[in-house]
Design a binder for this molecule. Structure first.
Ligand code: AMP
Length: 583
């Protein structure tokens, strides 16, 4: 039987699951089931994915991409050093790594996957995800929504009838879904959210706070210092995570900068209360989405039997508090918020492989899709009145046709516009695309049938048919991500494979070039040696030691370059002590 894997392709972390002996399990590699969604390029041109790439972000931020999921569906170009990649290509590197993990564990080539996306992902974002899979050599059998996958994982352990609210807040996206579980069917009743809200935003709020502090305390600006920004971001995330379990934390970053000859050391206490104040507005917005989801499902808060939390950011205690205030009971804490999406994807993958599982999936679209036509908006004639074809919260797959009529005799063409949104005026919605449909000569009022097909993956296909002649065209969505031709796909795969060393060894991060542009080899050998030794030990070091080692390496380099040999010697001794201690 051909294996199908389930992948949670997250903003911050990704996981892959597979059904072993009837149970979906996270595939563990080197004791770790979580793969940080970080991609960087090493000095030898090979791609590094995961925790090592995350570390590289500190030393060479310009050679690293984090949170690529936030760019999916856009035509942004992402830089890895001198090279430029599409968001799909960067995501493909993450998928390739997960595919490799799975192949190693299953001991079989893998070419098919289920990939999860936020329920609130748009059509372009879903297409981009599918493309990323294709580039990585994975046929994406199905895209499922993250909260739905979480519900599947939950259902298998709790099959009794109930209504479940799934609050999913990860690194970059927020989703809220209401699901009914009954007789082995997981049915999504409503779904809403925000594609650009998550833990990354909370980190940036702390970073802002730190920048202000550094400006007032040291009169020091971090502008144009990507390495310092990367350290502040990492410190901010660490502080945020600590505040989930402690009322106070101190952010300490030694040697964060230099003012003249003076080293600047950052040390700032942050309380949970202050942090909660910073993010209160965002959390209130998530609660407004809870209200919207309840309203869409025609439910009162009291009708919710269980609240499930998904995503790392839901560990922030204020979220459980707010949900308790709103719904009247605390969230359910049995299922692992980091793993349940991948587990659900793995279960669905097992189902696609024909293995027996409980939990049939009935998903919905969180968006309304439609077109525009002549009509009245607030009593005023308009050419852009929005005509919804598939309404939000419709079960998937959904198919809907509507007939439209030409306005003039011998009308040459009709410009069909496709929108996503709820506004009465099409212009106030998101235009997914438009295409010209050339018509044959005919009197006015000739019929054109427009058909929308929204598949199980939430991907929209459009067809327009001239009724009289049967002439038809399929949609060309100009501003959505273009689909690859087979040739383009194979070119992209080849290009990416060029960066992908087979059976590659873990990369080292401090190779050769150091951040100032100075080559390690140019340093006196005693300093070059210790930097190389530090480089080799970085992966073994604890997070604290690693930060200190990175700081000391930079200090040594700065001191040597500025001919401050006394300082260089002192830093070398300190680094030596850490290396001795690590063994
Ligand atoms: P996910 O996308 O589900 O992997 O979630 C990742 C996000 O969760 C990142 O922004 C993390 O910083 C955040 N996160 C992980 N653990 C915690 C925690 N204990 N408290 C607050 N945020 C956390």
């Amino acid at each position: 039987m051909e294996p199908i894997i389930g992948i949670d392709l997250g903003t911050t972390n990704s996981e892959v699951a597979f059904v072993f002996d009837g149970t979906a399990e996270i595939i563990i590699d080197n004791d770790n089931g979580i793969l940080p969604s970080c991609v960087s390029i090493g000095e030898n041109g090979n791609i590094i994915v995961g925790a090592e790439a995350g570390n590289q972000a500190l030393i060479n931020p310009e050679r690293t991409v984090l949170s690529v999921k936030r760019c999916m569906g856009s035509d942004q170009k992402l830089k890895l050093g001198e090279l430029s990649f599409s968001p799909q290509e960067i995501s493909a590197f993450i998928l390739k790594e997960l595919k490799g993990r799975a192949e190693k564990k299953i001991n079989h080539p893998v070419s098919k996957a289920i990939i999860t996306v936020p329920a609130y992902f748009t059509d372009a974002q879903r297409q981009a995800t599918r493309e990323a899979g294709e580039i990585a050599g994975l046929e994406v059998v199905r895209i499922i929504n993250e909260p739905t996958a979480a519900a599947l994982a939950y259902e298998s352990a709790n099959p009794e009838p109930q209504r479940v609210l799934i609050y999913d807040l990860g690194g970059g996206t927020f989703d809220i879904s209401i699901v009914r579980i009954e007789d082995g069917v997981v049915e999504v009743l409503s779904s809403t959210g925000d594609n650009h809200l998550g833990g990354d935003d909370f980190d940036l709020k702390i970073v802002d706070h730190l920048l202000k502090h550094m400006e007032t305390e040291f009169d020091y600006s971090v502008k144009d210092k990507p390495a310092v920004m990367a350290r502040l971001k990492r410190a901010a995330e660490g502080a945020k995570i600590q505040l989930s379990s402690a009322p106070y934390t101190t952010i300490e970053e030694d040697h964060i900068g230099k003012k003249g000859f003076k080293d600047l050391h950052l040390s700032l206490e942050l309380s949970r209360e202050k942090f909660e104040e910073m993010i209160e507005e965002d959390l209130v917005r998530t609660m407004e989405s809870v209200n919207k989801a309840l309203k869409d499902a025609s439910m009162l808060p009291s009708a919710i039997d269980k609240i499930i939390l998904v995503g790392g950011s839901t560990r922030i205690p204020r979220i459980s508090q707010m949900l308790e205030e709103k719904i009247g009971h605390l969230p359910h804490s049995e299922i692992d918020p980091d793993m349940c999406v991948a587990i659900g994807a793995g279960m669905q993958a097992g189902r696609e492989m024909g293995l027996e599982h409980s939990g049939v999936l009935v998903d919905i679209t969180p968006y309304t899709f439609g077109t525009s036509a002549m009509g009245e908006i607030d009593g005023v004639p308009s050419a852009t009145k929005f005509v919804p074809l598939i309404r939000r919260n419709t079960k998937l797959p959904a198919s809907k046709s509507e007939v439209f009529y030409t306005m003039y005799d011998n009308q040459k063409a009709v410009d069909v516009k496709i929108y996503q949104g709820e506004a009465i005026d099409g212009l106030d919605n998101i235009q997914l695309g438009n295409y010209m449909f050339n018509l044959t000569e005919a009197p006015s009022n000739s019929a054109i049938v427009l058909k929308f097909d929204l598949d199980l993956n939430g991907i929209l296909k459009i067809k327009a048919v001239e009724k009289k002649t049967g002439n038809k065209i399929n949609a060309v969505i100009e501003n959505a991500i273009s689909r690859f031709t087979n040739e383009e796909l194979s070119d992209t795969q080849d290009r990416l494979n060029g960066f992908w060393a087979e059976g590659r060894e873990p990369e080292t991060f401090l190779k050769e070039k150091v951040q100032t542009g100075a080559d390690v080899n140019e340093l006196p050998s005693e300093y070059a040696d210790i930097i190389r030794r530090a480089e080799a030990k970085l992966t073994e070091a604890s997070e604290d030691d690693r930060d200190e080692m990175i700081n000391l390496v930079e200090d040594i380099r700065d001191a040597v370059m500025n001919n401050q040999m006394e300082d260089a010697k002192k830093f070398k001794t300190e680094l030596d002590e850490i290396l001795f201690y690590i063994g």
